[in-house]
Design a protein around this ligand. Structure first.
Ligand SMILES: C[S@@+](CC[C@H](N)C(=O)[O-])C[C@H]1O[C@@H](n2cnc3c(N)ncnc32)[C@H](O)[C@@H]1O
Length: 294
């Protein structure tokens, strides 16, 4: 498959048309597989073309042959290409049944643990721009006058990680447009979002302080030393092939505390060793078989 489209440069060579032929698509797909285990099928040629056209323009290149050569020799551009080809679609309270389950089944156990002086750790893996981790934080904090006290009194931390530096920065900024905050239930929005004069909404400090946002490729070594009570990895594994999924899911199981809970995306499923070690406790919700407090 060859995709031909005119780039938006301002005349001269930058305005030339770059073709993405099968050979270069395959090179790009191989690099994505190697760098991020993202599995690109040829049906994505148009998408890859449109997302990378800007990278070509930034380097003043008019051919994907030259761009692939650049990416092969330049680690920084390789990373920029991976970032350009990630899909960061997300929204607050996406797949809301997960948050109902978290509040109803998991939160009371987490509160008990925190009150006993134990650490509580939650990980949003492949967090995109933070809507997921702040939805979790709002569920933990509740909307009552004292419902967040346990968070301040206990040792509760949320980790949000993504391969893409710009989205990790967005988690740190915690700033969202009026349209983006619409799915947040009104009582949470009133309590935990601060509206600014320009119409943006910023997450309140007590929630932001719970969250550490870090750049992390899920297929690299994980620097975290302690186990997690809850892991959300939703709508991330759809981009990986089965071998990568099975490997990653097995690592999540290992990273979960006994009885810990794993939430995955609506079109995802557990395969490989994870499928044996986890039991389903809800729609795309799994708990470690070995019981335990969370
Ligand atoms: C579609 S978003 C999902 C966001 C959120 N979890 C949700 O369900 O709304 C997928 C995220 O996974 C990240 N991602 C893809 N491959 C990754 C990898 N190898 N390591 C870490 N993050 C990755 C992307 O950068 C993107 O932000």
């Amino acid at each position: 498959m060859t995709v031909l489209a005119s780039s938006e440069g301002t005349g001269g060579t930058l305005g030339a048309t770059a073709e993405l032929r099968s050979a270069q698509f395959r090179d790009i797909a191989a690099i994505m597989q190697r760098e991020a285990r993202i599995h690109l099928v040829e049906a994505k040629t148009t998408l890859v073309h449109s997302r990378l056209s800007r990278r070509l323009r930034e380097h003043g290149l008019t051919s994907f042959v030259d761009y692939v050569a650049l990416v092969e020799r330049d680690a920084e551009e390789r990373h920029a290409m991976v970032v350009a080809l990630t899909t960061n679609h997300t929204h607050f309270f996406r797949e809301n049944h997960h948050f109902d389950h978290l509040r109803r089944e998991v939160l009371p156990k987490l509160q008990d643990r925190a009150r006993r002086g134990e650490k509580v750790r939650i990980w949003s893996a492949g967090c995109s721009s933070g809507e997921e981790v702040y939805s979790i934080a709002m569920c933990l904090a509740g909307d009552g006058p004292t419902s967040a006290a346990w968070l301040q009194q206990g040792d509760v931390r949320l980790l949000a990680t993504d391969i893409s530096p710009p989205v990790v920065q967005a988690v740190r900024d915690a700033r969202y447009s009026a349209a983006t905050v619409e799915p947040i239930p009104e009582s949470y929005r009133r309590r935990w979002m601060r509206a600014e004069a320009n119409g943006d909404h910023v997450v309140a400090d007590p929630l932001r302080e719970l969250v550490a946002a870090r750049v992390l490729n899920l297929f690299d070594t994980w620097p975290m030393r302690r186990k997690y009570d809850v892991i959300f990895c939703r709508n991330v594994m759809i981009y990986f092939d089965d071998t990568a999924k099975a490997e990653l899911e097995a690592r999540f199981v290992e990273m979960l505390a006994p009885g810990g809970t794993l939430y995955i995306g609506h079109s995802e499923r557990l395969i490989g060793p994870a499928a044996r070690l986890m039991k389903p406790v809800g729609q795309t919700i799994y708990a470690r078989n070995d019981g335990g407090p969370a």
